[in-house]
Design a protein around this ligand. Structure first.
Ligand SMILES: [Zn+2]
Length: 400
């Protein structure tokens, strides 16, 4: 399923022609400019609606399948008692912005961000880094307190399902704040007042686009990756790809005993750019890892969660370093998720983001290995994975 298919599904039509007929367009069955314009709200999750005489927020909520609090939220400068015909409103569509039925590519992530910041204007966003291939690594944040927590996902390309986990959580949390509701039984507005959530949903957009097929077979970027992969014929291509497109495993690129990581991985045969497990030519020689380190020092989080797949395990130590409070928090995470709190296997115990964070900040930093099976985990697993992680994601804002 591609983006157009997703839009058509959300528009509840079976194909482009049916959509065009419904919209009064020429039923060409082609993705022409006008058709794509009309389909855009079904990707962004909101419509620009021109007010007509007699409209009320209540009647519009019924038409759009949304509710008045969400319209109020998406139009912070609008006056619900004085709708002026001819002026425009942002109308939230009847479905969530973040899809969980289609692989999360960098393009889809950007569409989600565009939609989320309109529907929830208290969400702010920045670019943390731009990759060698020109893709942005975005960061979103929300909250009224400077008690920062930082969640990140998709350091590893074939673990892109973790990007969907974080974006869906962000949307569920933002929705709960807008409607004065709860998330995982916790009052969302209280969380919002007491914390600042920083979310980096996709640390490795280049790699994610390779594994999800967003980078076309035979394109220059695809061929560059394929050439790297040829040296490692035992690793399935592109499904086994974890690195960025330069062949560096970003979660082995942090200055936390990087030399030991290098020794271990070189011994395993990863001595040059590879689909996974190549540590780079030096710690922090990649734009994505540098971006993460610089941003972390800027916001100074009191807790970090790094999302990976798979294993249903939570890692909380770096070597013998055990930050104060980390074990108790890890035990709570284990309890709400059913995941196991564990020690990292020695061979993967160095140069990761969590390792670096624990070493430099001496604060709780966790790697969450979500899901079970073989990467990339299928989206059919998404709901059950999310169910197990929503508690961790919520408590992360509350506990430290
Ligand atoms: Zn991973």
């Amino acid at each position: 399923m591609n983006l157009t298919d997703l839009a058509l599904q959300r528009a509840e039509v079976s194909d482009l022609k049916e959509f065009q007929v419904r919209e009064g367009l020429v039923p060409s069955g082609k993705e022409d400019v006008l058709t794509m314009q009309r389909l855009a709200p079904y990707l962004l999750g909101y419509d620009r609606y021109m007010i007509k005489p007699g409209d009320t927020y209540y009647s519009l909520a019924k038409t759009y399948g949304t509710n008045v609090p969400c319209i109020l939220m998406a139009n912070p400068n609008g006056d619900p008692n004085r709708l002026i015909p001819g002026e425009y409103l942002n109308m939230p569509m009847h479905f969530p912005v973040v899809p969980t039925t289609i692989p999360m590519t960098s393009e889809l992530m950007q569409l989600c961000i565009q939609g989320l910041i309109v529907r929830y204007p208290f969400l702010l966003h920045h670019t943390l880094a731009v990759t060698k291939y020109g893709r942005s690594v975005p960061v979103l944040h929300m909250g009224l307190n400077d008690r920062a927590v930082l969640y990140n996902a998709s350091h590893h390309a074939n673990e892109w399902i973790t990007s969907t986990i974080l974006l869906k959580f962000l949307e569920d949390y933002a929705y709960a704040v807008s409607t004065r509701g709860k998330i995982f039984g916790v009052d969302a507005l209280t969380l919002f007042r007491n914390s600042q959530l920083y979310l980096v949903p996709m640390v490795n957009p280049d790699g994610v686009d390779l594994v999800t097929g967003a980078i076309a077979t035979g394109s220059e970027q695809y061929l560059a990756a394929q050439k790297i992969a040829e040296n490692y014929p035992d690793i399935p291509f592109p499904d086994g790809w974890k690195a960025n497109l330069l062949g560096v495993d970003l979660n082995l690129n942090y200055p936390a005993d990087w030399d030991t990581a290098k020794e271990i991985k070189f011994e395993q045969g990863f001595t040059s750019p590879a689909p996974r497990d190549y540590v780079g030519s030096a710690a922090l020689d990649q734009l994505e890892s540098v971006g993460m380190v610089e941003f972390t020092s800027l916001v100074n989080p009191i807790l970090t969660l790094s999302y990976h797949t798979q294993g249903e395990v939570i890692y909380w130590k770096f070597l013998d370093k055990t930050p104060a409070g980390a074990e108790a928090i890890g035990e709570e995470f284990a309890q709400v998720s059913g995941y196991k709190l564990d020690d990292v296997p020695y061979a993967s115990g160095f140069a990761g983001y969590k390792d670096w964070f624990i070493q430099d900040y001496q604060k709780p930093g966790f790697t969450i290995e979500a899901g079970l099976g073989e990467n990339p985990l299928p989206l059919s697993d998404f709901d059950s994975i999310y169910e197990k992680n929503i508690g961790i994601l919520t408590l992360g804002l509350q506990l430290p």
